[in-house]
Design a protein around this ligand. Structure first.
Ligand code: ING
Ligand code: ZN
Length: 315
């Protein structure tokens, strides 16, 4: 559990422990941390995220958003965000990051799926909702990262509730993806960097994922992405793959519509990325990153957040 306001990085943590940690951080740093817990998941769990700011978002600082855990089985993603929370509130090694930015950190966007992956089915990816589609009663869940309201359900998605890439009955049918959409809306004028954490593949992907074309901001997206990847590669263990940076569709060789990264960029956020954390094997085994690597991945990923923030601040 959360001893002395710390969360262990030697193993994957349950939702309860992650939430206990978030609550404790908000309690321990009332000057800088605001806990937001205003909406609930399909199954009624609170959707919790933290706003971290030197003056509690009273300022007009640029905002940086990082989320994880929209896909349930990608267990390595939430710890990279709790680690970022730890580094920001501790505010020792990179004080410029709290001086120059306001932060929104959302460690588990899909708590229902995360719990289901821990307790029932390790390879669960989607939310746990049901809708009017008859199949949905037998096959719950929507792919949160196909549910955003941009080019929704046009490519790389399914209309079948039993599919792992089911786009849902309509854009933002899921309260979980909608909660990310609402954060984007609320901070449109100030959000300069949006990163959504996934696994696996060691990749930094940028728009447009739905058709492989480059956005007006492709030069910045690419160069900042490269700098973020370099920061990780420099620290990475020798037997870990180097990060690859590029347009989501061109790197993966398939198109994806309704993803968070595309939506955030379409709404006007200049730098939006999907960061695919490491997985050392292929197929489903790639989601089973040995817990001995959690701490290392958090440390190296933090470096990419540091560089990404600083570069975003210069643009
Ligand atoms: N990968 C992403 C997915 O949602 C992706 C890949 C996202 C591609 C966004 C392009 C744009 O399928 C994982 N691991 O979920
Ligand atoms: Zn994912």
């Amino acid at each position: 559990s959360v001893n002395g306001g710390r969360i262990p990085y030697d193993n994957y943590q349950t939702l309860d422990v992650i939430y206990e940690y978030i609550d404790k951080i908000a309690e321990d740093y009332p000057e800088t941390v605001t806990l937001v817990s205003s909406s609930k998941s399909f199954e009624g769990r609170p959707l919790k995220y933290l706003k971290i700011s030197k003056d509690k978002f009273a300022s007009n600082k640029p905002v940086i958003f990082i989320d994880a855990g929209i896909h349930a089985r990608e267990w390595i993603s939430p710890p990279t965000v709790t680690y970022a929370i730890h580094k920001l509130v501790e505010n020792v090694t990179e004080p410029d990051l709290l001086e120059n930015f306001d932060w929104i950190l959302f460690p588990v966007v899909n708590p229902d799926g995360y719990v289901y992956s821990f307790e029932r089915e390790r390879m669960w990816r989607k939310t746990r909702s049901t809708d009017q589609n008859v199949l949905s009663q037998f096959c719950p869940g929507v792919d949160g990262n196909r549910n955003f309201n941009f080019e929704w359900n046009t490519i790389g998605t399914s209309n079948n509730p039993c599919s792992d890439i089911y786009a849902g009955s309509k854009p933002f049918s899921e309260v979980e993806s909608r909660s990310v959409g609402e954060i984007i809306d609320e901070h449109l004028d100030r959000m300069v960097l949006f990163i959504t954490m996934h696994s696996y593949g060691s990749m930094i992907l940028y728009p447009w994922g739905h058709n492989g074309t480059l956005s007006h901001n492709a030069f910045s997206l690419h160069t900042v992405g490269i700098d973020m990847a370099d920061a990780i590669n420099k620290l990475a263990l020798p037997h870990f793959p180097n990060y690859v940076v590029g347009n989501g569709m061109l790197v993966l060789n398939y198109a994806v519509a309704g993803a968070a990264e595309d939506y955030a960029h379409y709404r006007g956020i200049p730098l939006t990325y999907t960061l695919e954390l490491p997985g050392l094997r292929s197929g489903f085994a790639g989601f089973h990153l040995d817990p001995i690597y959690i701490h290392q991945v958090c440390i190296e990923t933090w470096e990419s957040f540091v560089i990404g923030a600083r570069r975003a601040g210069e643009l």
